[in-house]
Design a protein around this ligand. Structure first.
Ligand SMILES: [Zn+2]
Ligand SMILES: [Zn+2]
Length: 281
């Protein structure tokens, strides 16, 4: 094992503070990264404050962070995909059983024995639970390390590892392409990604937000229309017209408003749901 600097919280009411944590030395299949950037996700805050205690109670100290971008510093003897000096990323998960039907189908994010990047039981027993990306260094099985192209802004890459995949995945799964009409509900961390992806896929994008002052941002990110969702009559103008709606709101809200906006065989996906989001779905 070796020590690395991290930011950890000691309890649900403690601020994050500088700390030193242990990491395992890379095993044969591991990649060691020097962490250059890590996004701050809403899930980090929920976990630090133990707000998901009923489904995934926080074990303290917690080191959050699952939008990790870094440079490979060392690789195990059996690693084939990475070498020292490569840019790489790590998202919401760092291991799975590799044996269940989901893993065999390449859908490890649905594995019942998934190891999340932080606050998950540490199979290597370096610590009681996994520690995330608010640290200088991390060691991850190469199956859960992602290649990062060298032509990208690395700070901008970090949020792709959670907010990005959380929105990219449903947009692709439900076939959002040119000519489709897509609604994005909420313009926070997830919503702004959803707008950019849907716009890039060629869809007609309508953003629903409770905040009129987000209109300019929504348009700048690629929205074709912005509807202030407190305005019921404006919403109803879109009744029955959407192919797909991505609901990114994590606060309590009435989904029936948006169900009514779907066209025949349309789909609405909730990406703001806490459990789904924590799993990077
Ligand atoms: Zn996240
Ligand atoms: Zn599995």
């Amino acid at each position: 094992m070796y020590n690395t600097k991290a930011y950890s919280a000691a309890s649900a009411t403690s601020p994050l503070a500088s700390d030193t944590i242990a990491r395992r030395n890379p095993t044969d299949h591991d990649v060691q990264l020097e962490i250059l950037f890590c996004g701050i996700c809403h899930s980090d805050l929920h976990s630090v404050r133990n707000e998901w205690s009923s489904v995934m109670p926080t074990i303290y100290p917690i080191v959050p962070g699952h939008e990790i971008v870094g440079r490979v510093t060392k690789v195990g003897s059996a690693v084939t995909k990475y070498k020292p000096g490569d840019l790489a990323g790590v998202g919401c998960m760092v291991d799975s059983d590799g044996a269940c039907p989901h893993c065999k189908a390449g859908l490890e994010n649905f594995c019942p024995d998934l190891t999340l990047t932080f606050n998950s039981k540490d199979k290597h027993k370096t610590a009681p639970v996994t520690y995330g990306g608010y640290s200088d260094s991390i060691v991850v099985d190469e199956r859960f390390v992602l290649r990062v192209p060298t032509n990208l802004d690395l700070a901008g890459v970090a949020p792709l590892l959670c907010a990005g995949i959380t929105t990219y995945s449903p947009l692709r799964h439900w076939g959002v392409t040119k000519g489709k009409k897509v609604g994005v509900v909420g313009l926070g961390g997830l919503g702004h990604m959803g707008v950019k992806f849907a716009h890039a896929f060629g869809a007609h994008v309508v953003v629903f937000t409770t905040s009129p002052d987000k209109t300019e941002d929504a348009l700048r990110l690629g929205a074709d229309e912005v509807v202030i969702s407190r305005n019921t009559s404006e919403i109803q103008k879109h009744a029955g017209s959407f192919d797909f709606i991505l609901d990114t709101v994590s606060a309590k809200h009435d989904i029936n408003t948006y169900l009514n906006l779907l066209g025949l065989d349309g789909n609405i996906t909730s990406g703001g749901d806490h459990a789904a989001k924590a799993a990077g779905l």
